[in-house]
Write a protein that binds this ligand. Structure first.
Ligand SMILES: Nc1ncnc2c1ncn2[C@@H]1O[C@H](COP(=O)(O)OP(=O)(O)OP(=O)(O)O)[C@@H](O)[C@H]1O
Ligand SMILES: [Mg+2]
Length: 407
């Protein structure tokens, strides 16, 4: 529903509402445009009438569209007028409305900096197309900024990073419907392709050539994909190719993957290097995986110490894998030792994880994997859909509620 206001932008409104400013022209002309905008049912909008001479207007960073009815006799002032309205505001599309169709003034309006030109009165189709275009562009920009990168790391080997990267990837792709890509930065071990049961034709090694830029076409051509599984940017086929992959190539690849996918999950392996630091830098989440052993806790302390020195934006989030509620090393003692809360746990489940290595991609459907599947789903929601976290898709069964498996 559209609401018309004349008193500024200060009342609360839904985030999806388009905030439109109308300027210039006579009152009855602005009213006619408001009426046309109000008839567009497909887009919620709120209009602020800035009057005939919008001098002194307070810039609004959330303004989605500015429509200005131009007076051709003032055409020398258009550039300065537009600049004064848009100089300190984040850029929003600007539409010039001209009293008649004149190529000369259309060109002048575009040169003054308007993004598009329409003639007054605009048709309802003109207005519909304009509003839809603006609202779609905003939706796209919003969804791009929702895309996230998540790194999984552990400096103590064998903690389950590769397995959890794959489980989490499946939960994101299959339950949350997120377009997901896994990146294998454990360049020597290359475990992800094994766990996904893929024999990648192309690998990250093909992105090593620094002379050609890494764009979406080049990147998509080296991804491996099978049906409903997450896509994979695989580690090199041979160990000796690993050193060809520079941190610069990793950084450029992550930037492109971030635009292409809703979720990017990186298996950083156990050995930290320049590429892992680049991955952390670009990550919205860094998951440090450990089990309930003294050696794993000690290694985590060493990692956190280094991580602090790197001065990165996000604190790592602790994932306790192979979790057993009766273990002598309790969650609380881990939290105390690391001075960090535990973000999630994944239960110990030898059968499921053993089977995972033999059944390949079908592991997701293993009947006895319910608890692991559920804890990975909970983790996926917590990381990528926090607003939905409180409403998991599947109902916990009696056993898991009794044992309090998902944290
Ligand atoms: N929750 C779990 N319960 C039981 N076994 C598990 C669990 N998580 C992982 N494992 C098993 O632990 C072993 C190590 O797992 P994985 O290879 O995923 O760890 P990693 O951290 O990637 O190891 P690496 O340091 O060698 O790369 C595998 O055999 C895996 O099946
Ligand atoms: Mg691994």
């Amino acid at each position: 529903m559209t609401s018309l206001t004349h008193d500024g932008f200060h009342r609360s409104r839904p985030a999806s509402e388009l905030r439109i400013a109308l300027a210039g022209g006579a009152q009855n002309q602005r009213d006619a445009v408001k009426e046309l905008i109000a008839q567009v049912r497909e887009v919620d909008s709120e209009i602020t009438d800035l009057g005939e001479h919008p001098a002194g207007y307070e810039n609004d960073p959330d303004l989605a569209l500015l429509i200005w009815l131009l007076d051709p006799t003032d055409h020398n002032m258009w550039t300065a007028g537009l600049r004064s309205m848009t100089s300190t505001r984040s850029i929003c599309p600007t539409i010039a409305l001209l009293p008649k169709r004149s190529p000369h003034f259309m060109q002048a309006a575009l040169r003054a900096g308007f993004d598009d030109v329409l003639t007054f009165p605009p048709t309802s189709e003109d207005i519909l197309r304009t509003l839809l275009r603006v609202s779609e562009a905003r939706r796209k920009a919003q969804s791009l900024s929702d895309n996230q990168i998540c790194s999984l790391v552990s400096v103590c080997g064998g903690q389950g990073i590769s397995s959890l990267t794959v489980w989490l990837g499946f939960a994101l792709q299959r339950i949350l419907g997120k377009r997901t890509v896994l990146v294998d930065l454990d360049l020597q071990a290359a475990s992800l392709s094994v766990l996904l049961d893929l024999d990648p034709e192309h690998t990250i090694a093909e992105l090593a050539d620094p002379t050609s830029p890494i764009d979406s076409i080049r990147l998509e051509s080296v991804l491996s994909k099978h049906d409903e599984s997450p896509a994979l940017l695989a580690a090199p086929k041979r160990i000796e190719e690993a050193e060809l992959v520079s941190a610069t190539a990793v950084e450029a690849s992550l930037k492109v993957l971030h635009d292409l996918f809703d979720a990017v999950l990186i298996d950083c392996g156990r050995y930290l290097n320049e590429s892992s630091v680049v991955a952390f830098e670009h990550s919205d989440h860094v998951l440090y995986v450990l089990d309930q052993s003294i050696t794993a806790v000690r290694a985590a302390q060493r990692f956190l110490c280094l991580y602090d020195n790197l001065g990165l934006q996000h604190r790592p989030q602790l994932i306790v894998n192979r979790y057993r509620s009766k273990d002598v090393v309790t969650l609380r003692s881990i939290e105390e030792a690391l001075q960090l809360p535990i973000y999630a746990t994944v239960p110990y489940d030898e059968t499921t994880f053993k089977q995972m290595q033999t059944v390949g991609r079908d592991f997701w459907h293993l009947s006895y994997a319910t608890n692991v599947r559920r804890s990975c789903e909970t983790l996926a929601r917590k990381l990528f859909a926090p607003e939905a976290e409180k409403a998991p898709a599947t109902k916990p069964n009696l056993l898991s509620r009794l044992f309090g498996i998902a944290r």
